[in-house]
Design a binder for this molecule. Sequence first.
Ligand code: FAD
Length: 644
Amino acid sequence: MTVVDRQEWDVVVVGAGGAGLRAAIEARERGARTAVICKSLFGKAHTVMAEGGIAAAMGNVNAGDDWRVHFRDTLRGGKFLNQWRMAELHAQEAPQRVWELETWGALFDRTKDGRISQRNFGGHEYPRLAHVGDRTGLELIRTLQQKIVALQQEDFRETGDYEARLKVFQECTVTRVLKEGDQVAGVFGYERETGRFFVLEAPAVVLATGGIGKSFKVTSNSWEYTGDGHALALLAGAPLLNMEFVQFHPTGMVWPPSVKGILVTESVRGDGGVLRNSEGKRFMFDYVPDVFKDKYAESAEEGDRWYDDPDHNRRPPELLPRDEVARAINAEVKAGRGSPHGGVFLDVSTRMPAEVIRRRLPSMYHQFKELADVDITAEPMEVGPTCHYVMGGIAVDSDSAAARGVPGLFAAGEVAGGMHGSNRLGGNSLSDLLVFGRRAGLYAAEYAAGRTAARPRADDAQVDAAAAEALRPFSAESEAPAEGPPENPYTLHQELQQAMNDLVGIIRREPEMKQALEKLAELRLRARRAGVEGHRQFNPGWHLALDLRNMLLVSECVARSALERTESRGGHTREDHSVMDRAWRNVNLLCELTDPTGGLAATDPVRGQITLTRERTEPIRPDLLALFEKEELVKYLTEEELDA
Ligand code: FAD
């Protein structure tokens, strides 16, 4: 039996980004003893990188805005595949979550009359993003951290122990959700620095681990985005929803190579930046799809007038949803009208005075100056698509954030699916993680409170198996000598990222996706021999080897779902099925683990590890459908849905 430290908590939150911290605050405030675990230092989560803002229909800059308009925009952005109840709750509750942040100490930029300022972003009808310059995520995390510290101080006054009811375990990685029968019993993990194993027992676990971008070569995402929560849910028996929908943000840096993929915030376009090709043409006017034709300007003059008079002009097409802009940039580059380093030009220098650029976009100014030696107040940036966000995720109940099929498991933030449909609007992630982080914490605490009498307990065999799995990379060579030489986990990461980028990237084709699945099968076999030397202390090679299981699982979900969905919708673009097909509007794709014991199927290259099923989406509630014009619905819904 492996000796591991065991502790008991009521709620364990895996992830200390916006979703995890908001969940933890809520759970603790509802009386649950709550533990938070994160891979990096407390305060260093991915959310910190968020730049542009939090979308919330507060109507501070344009009084015409309200939750219904936000709901409509979100559904349009997601091409009507959103889990509509989530989109409804999100639009209704986002303003409260922003005001609440302010009462906890967040310092948002202000309008002239002193209200929280809101900026324009792609796909949002009105200025809607509450922001702090272009460092909104930093302020969001700082505020939530401060709230956590305040709660800990409260607990200290009462109990003499700061961590009596709320404790953060930083630089720790969870590798398994533990169960008793079908119920959640806690998590198994290791301390990254010491390699020591631990178990946190709890009847309720909230997964808030963020996204999967590190499975792609060019990405705006950090090292933490190896799809851990997605994989943990699959391994615990919960399905993933619509994993084919991966967002390629239109504007990542393309040069120099060492920074390729780093995000250039959409605020650049929201504040007036324009996209031009190598011929100097503002090409986005050529790429407005039919479903959006009546909502976007037809000329540069009209688009420019919109910034000052949005009520009498249509918005410029640079502010179309991200999927549309990313495809347009891709097409321009492919047609030979790209910039010298394979992107297009994004220009603010001719649109705003230098001091305004430096004030409104301080991070972008420094990012380009320091990383590319480009002064964005004097010359255009070169930008191109970068893997940014995953819309697919753990299938959850809209109201409670409970993961489907596994009592005690909850999910919130980027790891959860459904909210954004096939494409997320900018700013809707920060609001999503506040709204559903709070809900996950609330319902997890309620669930845990209902199980105080008979808490589920993970047996030793399960803990031993989790420890053995984690130790495998140290004995890879001796365990399977006949299967071939040991593999370097770093090389496997690189090959996986390259394959996903090239074969399941922004534009997808059937033969390439099949090739990707073959490559994943090969990598899966080789990953069994991913070996590391040394010991568990300070061993990043070991961490990479452990991440591989998750990246391979998640990549297979993306590739299988993308192959199955024979249409183009939102973040999923098929060259061989290039139009959005209404017949797919009400179809969800669910991925489940074929063999949860990790037995035969895990090594079967043909069957793979994932079983895919189709499921009908829940019909959209009539009063929500009534928010749209019939002519618009006709473009999205099936005949059957329209007649209902
Ligand atoms: P994260 O903030 O990524 O937190 C995940 C947490 O899980 C981390 O603490 C991590 O350590 C932990 N974790 C992961 N795996 C494990 C494990 N196995 N064990 C333990 N802990 C684990 N969205 C907007 O709405 N507006 C914006 O302006 C915006 N700008 C962005 C700019 C950039 C550069 C990027 C990359 C994204 C941006 N986004 C924006 C998207 C948004 O930031 C993310 O979708 C969001 O922050 C995700 O939050 P989260 O809480 O779900 O996850």
